[in-house]
Unconditional design. Sequence first.
Length: 147
Amino acid sequence: MLAQNAVQARIVLSYATGIIRSVPMLSDLVRAETADSITLASGVVLEVRPSSFRGLRGVTCLACVCDEAAFWYDDSGGSLNPDSEILAAVRPGLATTAGPLVVISSPYARRGEVFETWKPSLWREGRSAHFGCAGPDPRSNPSLSQA
């Protein structure tokens, strides 16, 4: 699980932990738990990492969840850790498992990998490997007030 920083990535891990702990069959599989990981009986480790291309190379992944990836872009214009390099570093780790790369984000700017993937022109080309969903916050989360 990747996010702008480890603190934000731990939020994603807490969602996964909540799901695992709420299902007795899954909860029984937990062998170890730290602030940054959950180790299952199968040897699978759910782990959080900050989105840095330098620290992601050489890891084999069953799946990768990238949280708020539109915000990984550095506004200074000279990012030393661009979102494109982060995703390029993750993809080889998914190659041997054919695992999914799940990129979740709120919209932010008309640049970066999230925008480049979302652009309507790409959808017209029929890129079936991509899925997108856009809508108003209250529709996506009915617990939010209309105000």
